[in-house]
Ligand binder design. Structure first.
Ligand code: GLN
Length: 190
């Protein structure tokens, strides 16, 4: 399985380690020429969504990535990656890829809860140790998307077809089940 990990900014190396541990063949993508049609799935890591969005645009990656996702390329976005996928941000004017039918609030937990852990039940995966860092949450899950997990009544993971998004960072734990779930999703087994 060939996984492309967008590596312009943020926690991309950790995703590479997680997918490599599951036997996937990972390549970091930093430029348009590296974004070939040969990936079975791509990953948008956590970090800073505004920086990532601008860099994707500057590198000429934003439009082709949006097109590829629209054409069915499986994508897994974590935290900032989820923000890039959202159709709408409730406290920010930007829309980056806008492929996923979710409205997302950035930095939604305020300063006191800058970082925290919460055990959350992820549909199709089970109880999961979710690590949140200046995290967004999903304020509205549109009709085309399905919430997969909630914390304190807010959706923190969702799926829409072959798009998977989490507000938290599974790549910062030793728990590989969400990465494994994404690989199964690519194979059509989840
Ligand atoms: N706060 C960041 C943003 O708005 C996301 C944080 C993260 O990816 N850990 O882009």
């Amino acid at each position: 399985m060939k996984i492309g990990i967008f590596a312009l900014q943020g926690a991309f190396a950790e995703h590479g380690r997680a997918f490599a541990a599951l036997g996937a063949d990972c390549t970091e993508i930093r430029s348009r020429s590296q974004f070939t049609g040969s990936y079975d799935g791509v990953v948008l890591p956590g970090g800073e969504s505004t920086v990532q969005g601008k860099l994707l645009r500057e590198e000429g990656l934003l439009a082709p990535l949006k097109e590829a996702i629209g054409g069915g390329l499986p994508v897994f976005g974590t935290c900032a990656g989820m923000i890039l996928l959202a159709k709408r941000l409730t406290n920010d004017q930007n829309v980056w890829l806008g492929t996923m039918d979710i409205a997302v609030r950035r930095n939604a937990y305020g300063r006191q809860l800058g970082s925290f852990r919460a055990e959350t039940e992820v549909k199709g995966v089970g109880s999961f140790p979710a690590v949140f860092i200046r995290a967004p949450y999903i304020e509205e899950v549109g009709a085309s998307a399905v919430p997969l997990a909630t914390v304190d009544g807010k959706a923190v993971a969702a799926r829409q077809g072959r798009m998977l998004a989490t507000a938290f960072h599974p790549e910062l734990t030793d728990d590989l089940r969400l990465h494994a779930y994404f690989l199964k999703m690519i194979e059509g087994l989840a």
